[in-house]
Design a protein around this ligand. Structure first.
Ligand code: ASP
Length: 439
């Protein structure tokens, strides 16, 4: 059995947090490969080291003095090194960073130093080998991640060591320029390392005990999700449930490696297992509920629309020409509705409307704004009778008017459109019916 363990920024924000991570790693010798993030927030309004590094770069680029910010960063690491009682001097590393920043090193180089330095500390603390991610994670000349090259180089390199620390978030382009993934990208590195090392489990240690059935800002102490499939997770993440970087799923998914989300501050909790498929039933008919506000619908009517071949394409062309992606398109016999993100659409609405008139010649177009979409997701829904019925009766009891219904072809999700103002009430009503009363 072998595992990759990735620790998020709050799990490594101080010496105390590092010790918790160290205890977790040492408690199980199969935890062979460690992927650290940069130090995150220690308390509510603290600043992440990554953000401080971006700030240094901005100042350097503007030709301003960045010494104060850089020495604050050095102070953060010094506190960790001293708190762990390590005999490690990072002064030379900071001299190099200062020099490169002055010479015009890129934004990605600056940001990547957060993980790089935390990796050096982690390797020293554990007595593990340090592998610089720039030497094993490859991006191509356009700056896109190169999965084939990375997998080859990384798996050859990892085969040579029993234990190693590989910093998250960055890699390098063919000319050696450091390149990062998007924010939160250490999750992606963890997944890439898990694939290359062909481990049995990718443990992702963070500050929550996995995914929750609903947003805790709306539901007081929601239940946790024990097992979720990649597909369900995609649906929920897309609708705003954020614990893991979206791209972290793909490398391990191809290899059938499960991800286990765990809590560094509560290691006794089992957390959430993310798997390809499972025969384990979820505790409730639904696995999770997520949603987002701020959509608008464009309702298009035309008599005999159903008989006009190509009508849908012409309507969608008007959106495409304006660079707007659509979310859902429920349709009736003589009506077609397109749901889009309000903030994307707002500035271009009249252009799109003119485009639809020109291309599709509809009888009327009406726009409604301030709508919310809620996804009710669950692999159990397919085989359970009356799920949709229960959702809608719960919503009607809660006095929520349903504006749109869309059931994905996978039968694993039902999307409901409601007014923004009904969003929280609707989520509470759905949670109540499936989780609290377990109907
Ligand atoms: N440190 C980076 C960030 O703050 C990457 C990560 O933590 O995953 O986004």
């Amino acid at each position: 059995m072998s595992k990759v363990v990735k620790f998020g920024g709050s799990s490594l924000a101080s010496a105390e947090q590092f010790e918790k991570a160290g205890d977790i790693i040492r408690a199980d010798e199969s935890r062979r490969f460690v992927v650290p993030s940069a130090p995150g927030k220690r308390f509510g309004n603290d600043t992440k080291v990554t953000d401080m590094l971006y700030q240094c770069h901005e100042l350097a680029e503007a030709g301003k003095d960045f010494e104060k910010v850089l020495s604050d960063i050095a102070g953060r690491y010094q506190e960790i090194v001293e708190g762990l009682g390590l005999d490690l001097d990072l002064a030379e590393e900071f001299d190099t960073i200062r020099k490169y920043l002055k010479e015009g090193a890129g934004k990605d180089y600056a940001a990547s130093r957060g993980e790089y330095l935390n990796g050096i500390i982690m390797a020293e603390y554990l007595g593990y080998e340090f592998i610089d991610a720039a030497s094993v994670i490859s991006f191509d000349e356009n700056g896109d991640f190169d999965p084939d090259r990375t997998n080859k180089v990384l798996s050859d390199r990892l085969a040579l060591c029993e234990n190693a620390v590989i910093p998250g978030f960055y890699g390098a382009m063919p000319d050696g320029t450091v390149k990062t993934f998007s924010r939160g990208g250490s999750d992606v590195t963890g997944s890439i390392v898990a694939k290359a090392a062909r481990v049995d489990v990718y443990e992702n240690w963070t500050d929550v005990s996995g995914f929750l059935v609903a947003d805790p800002r709306i539901i007081h102490k929601p239940e946790g999700i024990d097992v979720i499939t990649y597909k369900e997770l995609r649906e929920l993440s897309y609708m705003g449930a954020t614990v893991l970087h979206e791209d972290a799923i793909f490398p391990v998914r191809q290899e059938g490696i499960p991800i286990n989300i765990r809590n560094t501050n509560a290691p006794e909790d089992d957390g959430t297992w993310i798997v390809g498929s499972t025969c384990q039933k979820s505790r409730f008919v639904i696995t999770g509920i997520a949603g987002k506000k701020g959509f608008c619908s464009i309702n298009i009517e035309k008599d005999m629309m159903n008989a006009e071949i190509g009508f849908g394409r012409k309507v969608l062309q008007a959106f495409e020409e304006n660079g707007i992606s659509f979310e859902h398109i429920p349709s009736g016999i003589d009506t077609l509705t397109v749901f889009v993100h309000q903030d994307e659409f707002m500035h271009k609405e009249q252009k799109v409307v003119a485009g639809i008139h020109r291309l599709a010649r509809p009888d009327s177009i009406e726009i409604e704004s301030d709508l919310a979409l809620i996804a009710v997701v669950g692999r159990g829904m397919k085989s359970t009778r009356g799920t949709a019925g229960r959702i809608f009766s719960a919503l009607s009891h809660a006095n929520v008017n349903v504006r749109m219904i869309d059931q994905g072809s996978s039968e694993q999700n039902i999307i409901i459109g409601v007014a923004d103002g009904d969003f929280e009430t609707a989520i509470r009503a759905i949670y109540d019916i499936f989780v609290i009363t377990k109907l």
